[in-house]
Ligand binder design. Structure first.
Ligand code: SF4
Length: 679
């Protein structure tokens, strides 16, 4: 019997569900459920259940290619690697290393991302980023500023211990479906569920209190809840005194803030604000969950700080069932950030602007020079390319031409580059713009570790061969690095992990043997005796003095507002059947068939006024352009608000690229639009 079961992970979202691949004669032929996996207990959502459909999909990239005229021609690996090395070194010579940009991939494993950022920095470029810029960069910087660590404080399973769950800006039942089982267990045990979301969603159906908040008014809601908690004497004074600083400034800033004003801005009655605040504060253990409804705003960082501050005010941090759960996006977005795939941080969140960081890595990597940060974020790279300051871009496993906000601008920026290389598993719209396309192995075709949203680091072994001549990403990076004169002697991912163990303190004890076991380990895990950490901040926060920083912030208006020309407020989000820019799920027939085309949810009252019927093709226009979509008429959105899923290629033609000034994330969640029946 040649059939083997090989432990693996779902390659989609950051829940990190475990599974077994059934492999026969070198081919993955089935999935077995991993019932002892600590985050998923054998469950998989529709995306996880369909993952085999993309592994040996006929459209997988199989050979290196270079651009010729309007098309591509197949080339050898030697030629492809030489072309990439030449394209990068040509621009270093002519314009300096700062003219290079690198996008590490949150779908790739830790070892690949570690090498990618290392190559960028050894070449002298501080410009390395990843798709966290577009989803949770405010978590990394905002939660980091308040709690000292920009990551989920507790584990997913621990959600069942919560006595109150406050989910704001997260439709987790669709975006992270397996989390629902832990939230439901909490509810079955009597937890109060509060959901703040402008839409009626499958998550809001779980709620005891649904706060139908006006988009862009999260800080007003959070500050109003804080005011109720302080005024009613529900704050945890002992916790505030012993473990935080900054409370007085917050309290003073709330003195003149009225609940009536908050009610007007948020669209939520004062009664509901008070009910929600009391339920959150008096519960013995409250969990605060948030996602991109919080982060994807011009005030995304302040939104995150406000969420963390609410938790601190009530002492709901550092205990079972009490903490802050940022619901991260891609399967390895946490790991990519941990590995330094961000311009603000070298590996292990060592600040790139700190000269001590540079000295640490100069010694660790045995080099004489490294660039001080911060480099350019991905959103700044786009601007720099438009202005001619960024000349070459190396993208792995990301699709900015679909996923960026205001993608017409990104397209123009990429057209302005001297050299674009894309390493991918499918021919994405971004890959179609590349000078060189490098075919990469998918997750089950290589060894390596992944870090889920709950800081769980899990190693998986290669289960099957990559198609055609597609190669493991770490092999590709090592070959390019060597051609550029760098010392990249790594033979396998285990050797890279050993270096990570040595240089990333949080991963110090995460040896291959330890993280190969089902469920792996959760960081911080500083040494090989350490059992890993389930709950952060139990005794002290990860700030220099161990105290959390209570944040005082005020709401800022969105990047754009409705007007007579653009009278409807458009917001965007995820749906259960698709993922990110759809490069995988749109090719997964069982998913695609069930939700094949872009749609816009609009309220029947708006539709009647605009003479639009259910199922009509409509044109949604913002200040950046137009997208065609199928009208879905529903009370899920209020009059004056519309919703579009962002997985389809049209949505980001019209989203807003107004940026949060700190995290540089675009405001995907708010755009003023008009909707018209298609002529
Ligand atoms: Fe995969 Fe996320 Fe679904 Fe789990 S919840 S099966 S990790 S997409």
């Amino acid at each position: 019997m040649s059939t083997k079961l090989i432990a693996s992970l779902c390659p989609y979202c950051a829940v990190g569900c475990g599974l077994y691949l059934t492999v026969d004669k070198g081919k993955a032929i089935g999935i077995e459920y991993m019932t002892d996996h600590p985050a998923s207990e054998g469950a998989l959502c529709p995306k996880g259940n369909s993952l085999l459909e993309i592994l040996d999909h006929e459209e997988r990239l199989k050979y290196p290619m270079k651009k010729l005229g309007d098309g591509f021609v197949r080339i050898t690996w030697d030629e492809a690697l030489d072309l990439v090395a030449q394209g990068l070194s040509r621009n270093i010579r002519k314009h300096g290393p700062g003219s290079l940009g690198f996008l590490a991939s949150s779908r790739c494993n830790n070892e690949e991302n570690y090498l990618m950022q290392k190559m960028a920095r050894l070449l002298g470029s501080p410009n390395v980023d990843n798709c966290a810029r577009l989803c949770h960069s405010p978590t990394v910087v905002g939660l980091g500023a308040v709690l000292g660590t920009g990551a989920m404080t507790n584990n997913l399973l621990d959600l069942q211990n919560a006595k109150c769950i406050f989910a704001i800006g997260t439709n987790f039942t669709e975006a992270h479906p397996i989390v629902t089982r832990w939230a439901q267990k909490a509810k079955d045990n009597g937890a109060v569920i509060i959901v703040a979301d402008p839409r009626i969603t499958s998550t809001s159906w779980m709620a005891d209190i649904h706060l139908r908040i006006n988009p862009g008014s999260d800080i007003d809601l959070l500050r109003a809840m804080m005011k109720v908690i302080i005024d009613e004497g529900l704050a945890d004074d002992d916790f505030i005194k012993s473990r935080t600083q900054g409370f007085e400034e917050l309290r003073d800033s709330l003195r003149d803030f009225s609940l009536e004003e908050a009610a007007e801005k948020t669209g939520i009655s004062t009664g509901d604000i008070i009910r929600a605040a009391k339920a959150y504060a008096i519960s013995p253990a409250s969990a605060l969950l948030y996602s991109m409804g919080i982060t994807q705003h011009v005030c995304g960082t302040d939104n995150v700080k406000s969420c963390a501050t609410l938790a601190l005010l009530c002492g709901h941090v550092g205990r079972p069932g009490a903490g802050v759960w940022p619901m991260r996006g891609q399967n390895n977005v946490q790991g990519n950030c941990d590995m330094g795939g961000m311009p603000e941080f070298y590996p292990g969140y060592k600040r790139s602007t700190d000269p001590q960081t540079i000295e640490f890595f100069k010694a660790g990597w045995n080099v004489s020079d490294l660039p001080l940060g911060p480099g350019l974020t991905s959103t700044e790279m786009t601007e720099a390319a438009l202005e001619g300051r960024l000349k070459a871009l190396y993208i792995t496993g990301e699709d900015p031409i679909v996923c960026d906000a205001n993608i017409k601008k990104t397209r123009k920026a990429f057209e302005n580059l001297d050299f674009l290389v894309v390493q991918e598993i499918f021919m994405t719209p971004t890959a179609r713009m590349a000078d060189v396309v490098l075919p990469a192995a998918a997750w089950a075709e290589k060894d390596g570790s992944y870090t889920s949203m709950e800081r769980r680091v899990q190693w998986i072994d290669k289960a099957v061969d990559a198609p055609g001549e597609a190669k493991d990403g770490m092999w590709i990076v090592c070959q390019i690095a060597k051609r550029l004169g760098l010392d990249f002697p790594y033979q396998n991912a285990a050797e890279v992990l050993s270096e990570i163990n040595r240089l990333v303190p949080q991963y110090g004890g995460m040896t291959l043997e330890r993280i190969s076991k089902v469920g792996g380990l959760r960081w911080p895990c500083p040494d090989v005796q350490h059992p890993g950490t389930d709950i952060l901040h139990a005794q002290r926060f990860s700030t220099p003095d161990g105290r959390a920083r209570i944040a005082t912030v005020k709401n800022r208006p969105p990047g754009e507002e409705i007007s007579p020309e653009y009278p409807i407020l458009l917001t965007t989000g995820r749906i259960v059947l698709h993922y990110n820019g759809g490069s995988m799920t749109m090719r997964s027939i069982s998913l695609y068939e069930r939700d094949p085309e872009l749609y816009v949810e609009m309220n029947p009252a708006d539709a009647a006024r605009l003479n639009i019927a259910a199922g009509d093709l409509v044109v949604v226009t913002t200040r950046r352009g137009s997208a065609e979509a199928r009208a879905r008429l529903t009370e899920k959105v209020r009059p004056g608000v519309a919703f579009m899923p962002f997985h389809y290629h049209g949505t980001n033609i019209i989203t807003s690229d107004a940026l949060d000034p700190v995290a540089k994330i675009p405001e995907y969640k708010i755009a003023a639009c008009r909707i018209e029946a298609r002529a």
